[in-house]
Structures are given as structure tokens and as C-alpha cells.
Design a protein around this ligand. Structure first.
Ligand code: ATR
Length: 290
């Protein structure tokens, strides 16, 4: 890796539990190494009852910032002094910057989704109709971000209608009255989905090792002009994406979102603006990990 630690090394890291499978330390340390930035990224596996203490400790030792992952993206909010309006509506913070002991919270997951989408398609969200499957943390962050990006309609389809309703209320009451909740059993669902420009799987259904699972059973929800996105990146093509591809849709997996949430966090911490060449190099590195 070629990373050297000395008396000037800055520290960033990630708080979560468990952290065995996170690739963020490898990715961020490779980026620092590549850019020649004297910063090291460390995993901090924290028990729930020690979260507050851990945050005080990180502040006390003057870390530059840290990422936050499951299960603390919600819990972290109460320990942060400054949050973006977006992250408050998303109900989740995944990136924290420490400026002289004051903690600033951001959500780079949703921003990562938007940048990945734009890089892949060259298209923006203005006036687009979107259906999101799932109503967990990822779905909420994406729904808020898309509503703020000018989409004209957001359908949230979920197993538990109440969870979809909660996201719709956040969007409709705070941004724009464009979101509607559905169950998978809704009889008009196929037509509703087929009339959309973008379909997004924001559930974990179809993730390794359950590759044979899919949130929907019928290919009829797809039309060949759609962009179809899956936040899952392992496997690189889920059953959902394979069905969409067979129907002629343009498909994208979640690797781009994973990539850009890291890039944006790095930009927030260091102020570094990545060149296209740097982005390409880092992306191929990430791609080679899967
Ligand atoms: P995250 O915060 O990472 O988005 P999450 O909060 O666990 O993850 O959300 C997972 C989403 O996938 C939820 O909307 C969940 O549906 P419920 O709200 O009904 O729990 C959805 N999900 C998980 N397993 C599912 C399954 N087998 N079929 C359909 N939806 C599923």
C-alpha cells in the first residue's frame, strides 16, 4: 500500500458493528496512498452502549472525520452539532467532519446514488417518474434526494405499507407532494411501474448468497426505455437487473453508489477535488475487489 504513518498523520475512520466485511478502509487508504495524502482510515467497531463515549474520544483525539455505518446511521444524529437539512430528512448520517471539536453530519449515500446515476447515464432526474422498492434507510435517503432533485413522481413499494407511508410523509410534507405508497399486492402495480422512467431496488432482496431472490416476480413491470438500478453490488447482476436487462432496459448495480459515497466523504474531509483520471483509477480498483 505504501502508506507511512508519522507524527503528522491525520486520522479518519468508520464506526459500526460489525465491520469485518467493510471495504472502506482498503478503499480510502488506497486513495490516500495514490494522492500522497498523509491520512489513515481505521475501522472502529463500537458496542451500542459505548457509542457516545466513542464519539467523544474521536473528537478528543482530533480525527478529521469518520464514516458511520449500520447500525448507527440514525443513532449518531443526536451527537452531531450541525446536520444538513437533507440528512435530517433522510434520518441518517453516514459521514461526519470534525472541525475544531464541532461535528458536522452529512449523508453521502444518496448523493453517491445521484452522481453514480449521472456518470452512468448522463441523464438527470428532472421530471422523471420513479418507483423505489423497499422502505428502509437506503430507500428513504434516495427518495429524499430524488424529491430534492426535481423528479415528478415517487412510488414507494414495500412489504410493510406503514414504512412506505412514513417515507411518503417525509417527502410530501417537507419537499413536494409527489410520493405515494403501495403494497406488492396492489393490482395496478405492474402498470404503475411500467409507466415510470426509473425503477430502483432499495431492498437487500437478491443479495449474495440469496441470488435467486427478487422483489418482483413479473417482467411486465419493465419497459425498454427505463433505467433500472439495484443498490446491491454483490452479485454484480441481481435477478432484478437480469430481468430488466432481458427486457431491454439500461441497468446499473450499486457499485457506483458505494464508490461515490466514499469519494464525496473524502472530498468533505480533505477538500480534494478528484480529476477524471483519478476517479477512473479508483473505480477500477474497487471494481477489481468484486
Ligand atoms: P437499509 O437501512 O440498509 O435500507 P433496512 O432498513 O433493513 O435496510 O430495509 C430493508 C428494506 O427491504 C425494508 O423496506 C424491508 O421491508 P420491510 O419494511 O417490510 O421490513 C425490505 N425487505 C427486506 N426483506 C424483504 C423481502 N424478503 N421482501 C420484500 N421486502 C423486503
Amino acid at each position: 500500500m505504501g502508506l507511512r504513518i508519522d507524527g503528522n498523520t491525520k486520522i479518519v475512520g468508520i464506526i459500526g458493528n460489525p465491520l469485518e466485511h467493510t471495504i472502506s478502509p482498503m478503499l480510502h487508504n488506497e486513495i490516500s496512498s495514490m494522492l500522497g495524502i498523509n491520512m489513515v482510515y481505521v475501522p472502529f467497531c463500537v458496542e451500542k452502549e459505548k457509542l457516545e463515549e466513542a464519539i467523544s474520544g474521536l473528537r478528543a483525539i482530533g480525527v478529521v472525520g469518520f464514516n458511520v455505518t449500520a447500525p448507527y446511521k440514525k443513532d449518531i444524529i443526536k451527537y452531531i452539532q450541525d446536520k444538513t437539512k437533507g440528512s435530517l430528512l433522510m434520518g441518517a448520517v453516514n459521514t461526519v467532519k470534525n472541525i475544531e471539536g464541532r461535528l458536522y453530519g452529512y449523508n453521502t449515500d444518496a448523493e453517491g446514488f445521484v452522481r453514480a446515476f449521472y456518470m452512468h447515464t448522463g441523464d438527470k432526474f428532472l421530471k422523471k417518474k420513479v418507483t423505489i422498492f423497499g422502505a428502509g434507510g437506503a430507500a428513504r435517503a434516495i427518495a429524499v434526494k430524488l424529491a430534492n432533485s426535481g423528479v415528478s413522481k415517487i412510488n414507494i413499494v414495500n412489504r410493510t405499507l406503514q414504512n412506505a407511508d412514513t417515507i411518503c410523509s417525509v417527502v410530501n410534507d417537507n419537499i413536494s407532494d409527489i410520493a405515494k405508497a403501495y403494497e406488492y399486492t396492489y393490482e395496478g402495480l405492474v402498470d404503475e411501474c411500467r409507466s415510470c422512467d426509473i425503477l430502483i431496488n432499495a431492498t437487500s432482496v437478491g443479495m449474495f448468497p440469496n441470488d435467486d431472490e427478487c422483489v418482483i416476480q413479473s417482467k411486465d413491470i419493465f419497459n425498454k426505455n427505463q433505467y433500472v438500478y439495484d443498490i446491491i453490488y454483490n452479485p454484480s447482476k441481481t435477478k432484478f437487473l437480469n430481468m430488466a436487462k432481458d427486457s431491454g432496459c439500461k441497468v446499473m448495480n450499486g457499485l457506483g453508489m458505494l464508490f461515490y459515497q466514499a469519494i464525496i466523504a473524502y472530498e468533505i474531509w480533505t477538500g480534494h477535488k478528484f480529476s477524471d483520471d483519478e476517479l477512473k483509477k479508483i473505480y477500477s480498483l474497487l471494481d477489481s475487489m468484486y
